[in-house]
Design a protein around this ligand. Sequence first.
Ligand SMILES: Nc1ncnc2c1ncn2[C@@H]1O[C@H](COP(=O)(O)OP(=O)(O)OP(=O)(O)O)[C@@H](O)[C@H]1O
Ligand SMILES: [Mg+2]
Length: 303
Amino acid sequence: MAVKIAFTNYKGGTTKTTSSTNLAGGLAKRFPDKKILLVEADGQGNTSSTFNVDTSEIENTMYDVFLRDTQPEDIITKVYEGHDSADIDILPANSDMDFVDFDFMTTNNKATLAVAFNAVKDHPKLLDLDVNEFIKEIDSWELEDKDYFNLLDGKFDTIDKMYDYIIFDTPPELKSITSSVIAIVDHVIIPYEPESYSVDGIVRLLQRINTIKEDYNPKLNIAGLLPVKFAARTKLHNQVLNQILQFAMNQKINHFNARIPASIKFATASATGLPATIVDKSDSNFTKEYYNLIDELIANKII
Ligand SMILES: Nc1ncnc2c1ncn2[C@@H]1O[C@H](COP(=O)(O)OP(=O)(O)OP(=O)(O)O)[C@@H](O)[C@H]1O
Ligand SMILES: [Mg+2]
């Protein structure tokens, strides 16, 4: 079974995509014999574009896994062939993902209408009820409903056995897509920028993650908080980092020692078609923190 890790933060631009792709790249280099899969659960398609893959024309994507019967193993796309490192595969997404919520609601509404229609046909006496009694009656039938927050339920059972590490990049939201990912992974990493209001954001995010954990995934582990775009010489960053370290200690949540530095090099590397951890041969100052993160994941028995 694969170790499934999601990067999650509903705040935009907190390096969910950069951290997912760089962790995948770092794992590929560190463990050449392992099998690594990146799951793009975001319509922006940034995970794929980090590997120079244009997903706009791909017919079956994560959208179809979320809403249709498409199996994840049917949409595996090879994006990186390692020579002295492991290969990286992707489950791609494109802008279809932006319609997951809308399409889910519409299909669900139609399904409910169909149930009501058939109910009236089979039990004409239902027409004697007033509308509230009618709704109450139908509700009491406990119809089998797709769960909006658990759309991937059971869908990764086969692909789970095909990989060692599956890393999920999630969109900047906490609705059906992110919830459905959190509902099936083993570990969540929360990347955050040490800016004002970071604490409030993290508190709210943790509340939501814990609700999903209670409802769907009791074994879920919050692997830790990961400071990113960290400017060591900035007073505010150090102040907020200390605040969050204190908060993590009080809440008994792991806070990684790795600090991903602010650097344009991550964007530059992505623009060349590979994450920095792969492009950069020397494990330089800016990528080494992703390797430190990997060391911590090993030390904490996550991978
Ligand atoms: N360590 C870093 N230092 C500076 N800039 C970075 C760093 N990591 C990523 N970036 C840049 O910050 C921007 C946002 O990063 P990224 O797209 O990974 O965030 P995200 O959380 O996936 O965003 P979204 O919420 O939109 O999905 C990108 O332009 C990226 O190149
Ligand atoms: Mg992203």
